[in-house]
Design a protein around this ligand. Sequence first.
Ligand code: IMP
Length: 429
Amino acid sequence: MAATAIIGTQWGDEGKGKVVDLLAARADMVVRYHGGNNAGHTLVVNGEKTVLNLIPSGVLHPGKVCVLGAGMVIDPQVLVREITALRTRGYLAEDRWLRVSEQAHLIMPYHRAIDHARERLREAGAIGTTGRGIGPAYEDKMARTGIRVGDLFDEEGFTEALARNLREKNGYLEALLGEPPLAIDDILTEYRGFRDQLAPFVADTGAEVRAAVARGARVLLEGAQGALLDIDHGTYPFVTSSSCVPGAAAAGAGLPPRMLGRIIGIAKAYTTRVGGGPFPTELRDALGDRLRADGDEYGATTGRPRRCGWFDAVVVRHAVALSGLDALALTKLDVLTGIDPLRVCLAYEIDGRRVDQPPTTQHAWARATPIYEEMPGWQEDLGEARTLDELPLAARRYIDKLSALVEAPVALVSIGAGREQTIRVGELF
Ligand code: IMP
């Protein structure tokens, strides 16, 4: 038995939360391995909406062990808030159902302050980060000055590291970013409180995840963001600060790559992105507004309106190739109902040449224009379909077309937010 990884194949927000929630019903353990509360999953269970930013969506299935792995950056304030909110709704009844890696890095108040101030100063060139301090926390991790969850339990070491970091961060905040300095005592008091609240969950999660896989438990690795937001393979610099492809899943979870088995990609039936950066198939017109309204395309984390556009097969094919996907879950097909004709981007034209791969430089991305194929749309409501046969012919042809273009079999189609609004085509997990 090996772990199954789920990844986003576009710019995030593909609907991973719903798919992980569905697959979690058959999992014993669900692990997040990178990113932080820049991610957000909106889940609808029994008509009730739950937004999760850090804890894997598996938490809505009692008894599943949810793990925040070593590759994550964790804002303890957000984690404590999420635990409290889940508990007041009757979830997470037992402490052992949540495990938080001692090795995950902590997001500190100066990370958030730096993220915000830098974005403000970048003005038109802003990345459009979620403002959660993700980039600055990963910078410290790589600079080897980060503070980790396990450090919370070494009072003296934590105080020393914080004092050292604050000297540097306050200098940077004041002199270069024009921000007020932060007071050490406030942070110490606040983080002592988080330490006490998180203590029951903190563990060597790598060892626990490896042991679970070794004993044959069903382990799901839940990716955040998407392949095009990957720090190396995405639309750099308009990316997040972690690696979003399955190559990083094993390391972030603490697993040897041999323990990774199936890899499942999630793609939305159209494309969205939040923040700045290239988006060749973006619709800056009434149709884009319609996709936003019908698809409720507002960030689960920040509430920002998402940019919307046609399905881009160049992007998803790239993600499929990078990730070695076994199967694709296609989400939000229902949102396309009533749009006729539909368009699908097959390739780009750059300087008069047709290219099938995404560009690797900003300069080339800026000149990429989509080459489209038109397809007939459908008018029927899809929400009640439970098999492919119950979909209109045009919808089935659309699915087949996408699958052929991105070179991956479609194993699940989501046609609404509810758990039951799902068509299972093949075995996913
Ligand atoms: P950061 O991860 O907050 O630094 O943001 C960097 C870029 O990634 C911005 O364009 C964000 O909007 C985008 N981003 C980060 N996390 C997500 C996500 O979970 N879904 C969609 N976009 C995201």
